[in-house]
Ligand binder design. Structure first.
Ligand SMILES: [Zn+2]
Length: 390
């Protein structure tokens, strides 16, 4: 059996069709619908099937704040759907707030509980928009994701954590989902849009929150195998080996990396370590013109610690990563060099090497972070020299 959306003169109505065992839609008329989402989560939706124009339609009964399809969407952390054709939007992704419809709800089981009530178990949903892009959402998989996010709610920033906890409480209460449940999903969308860059995920407002929440969780859950304080040069090799195995999990870097970028830019006041130019984000440019560059490459060492970072403009980040510019620490000072091999091989007629050479020399202390603990760690600089020379 399934519940389908019918255009119904543009209004959009949900009707039940098909049959299961000896049950026909007609036999279900007048019965209240309880919803079973699995994992012990079930509630009376305060909707029932009522014959209208010869069709068994899903109607709300007294005390029901939101329609069955809206309760399903809210329980599954989906953006708010619409039911009228004319309200549908187009394009991808399909799951966008007020731009898609739940077209079909496939039922795995319809079980009469008593003469007044029937319990349905959902197998999956088909959602679509005006471009006729449609997508299937498997309930079991979706609920698994929702539960995973609930269980890890405490790992998200406060506002998101509180909304997730309220969401879990509402869905697990055993009673019909109220309008408040939709508001909570909306609030999670809004908070996520606000905090996405801190969480190191990309999220456009009003779309599905589950992928970015899981992505962010993936990187929060992955603790680096060794702490920065434990590192001494002898351990770098061990660390490197461990990280290589571990990093396949961390192909997207998420929150950790975003925190690193932010900390480095702040410590250096958005000033390039090599040239001293100051390129913060402003009202005119959303993205700053300086990056947080890793001294020891992240891919091999995963040292997202401020002392393994330097702030560099786009040009000098590239030159540093390519080994065209190097940093040496001597007698408490930092020096910028062009390595001899580069100097010997590249001439200005071949490559604008002079444009990089003008920054060679001692780096003014004013260009470094205020706290000395945030300065580039000389051990990392010398380890990098070794790697580059190898
Ligand atoms: Zn620069």
């Amino acid at each position: 059996m399934r519940i389908n959306r019918r255009t119904s003169g543009g209004r959009g109505e949900y009707e039940i069709s098909g049959s299961e065992a000896n049950l026909t839609p007609k036999a279900l008329q007048g019965r209240r619908i309880a919803l079973d989402l699995g994992h012990g989560i079930a509630f009376d939706t305060l909707t029932h099937l009522s014959q209208q124009g010869g069709k068994p339609r899903v109607r709300r009964i007294e005390g029901c704040e939101i329609h069955l399809h809206l309760q399903v969407a809210a329980a599954l952390l989906m953006p708010h759907p619409v039911r009228q054709d004319k309200a549908l939007g187009g394009g991808a992704p399909v799951l966008q707030r007020n731009r898609y419809a739940i077209e079909q709800i496939d039922l795995a089981e319809v079980r009469p509980i008593d003469p007044d009530q029937v319990q349905i178990t959902i197998l999956g949903l088909i959602v679509r928009n005006n471009s006729y892009l449609s997508e299937e959402i498997r309930l079991a998989e979706r609920m698994e994701q929702v539960r995973n996010i609930w269980e890890n709610a405490g790992k998200f920033p406060d506002p998101i954590m509180k909304h997730l906890q309220e969401h879990q409480a509402l869905v697990s209460a055993g009673t019909a989902l109220p309008e408040r449940a939709e508001k909570v999903v909306y609030d999670i969308e809004a908070e996520l849009a606000e905090l996405s860059s801190d969480l190191g995920v990309s999220y456009s407002s009003h779309t599905d929150v589950i992928p970015p929440l899981l992505q962010s969780l993936g990187s929060i859950l992955l603790e680096p195998p060794l702490k920065i304080d434990d590192i001494d040069p002898e351990q770098l090799e061990i660390r490197q080996r461990t990280i290589r195995e571990w990093r396949q999990w961390a192909s997207h870097r998420g929150a950790e990396s975003s925190r690193f970028r932010k900390q480095v830019r702040e410590a250096y006041n958005a000033t390039c370590f090599f040239c001293g130019l100051h390129f913060p984000a402003t009202a005119f440019n959303k993205n700053p013109g300086v990056d947080a560059a890793h001294i020891l490459p992240w891919a091999d060492f995963d040292l997202d610690h401020i002392s393994n970072g330097i702030c560099a403009c786009k040009l000098h980040h590239w030159a540093f990563d390519e080994g065209l510019l190097s940093i040496v620490h001597e007698y408490g000072n930092y020096y910028i060099r062009v390595p001899e091999t580069v100097n010997d091989s590249l001439t200005d007629s071949l490559f604008s090497i002079e444009a990089l050479k003008i920054h060679v020399g001692r780096v003014p202390l004013s260009r470094l972070p205020k706290e000395k603990s945030k300065w580039p760690d000389p051990r990392f600089l010398s380890e990098l020299q070794k790697i580059m020379a190898a």
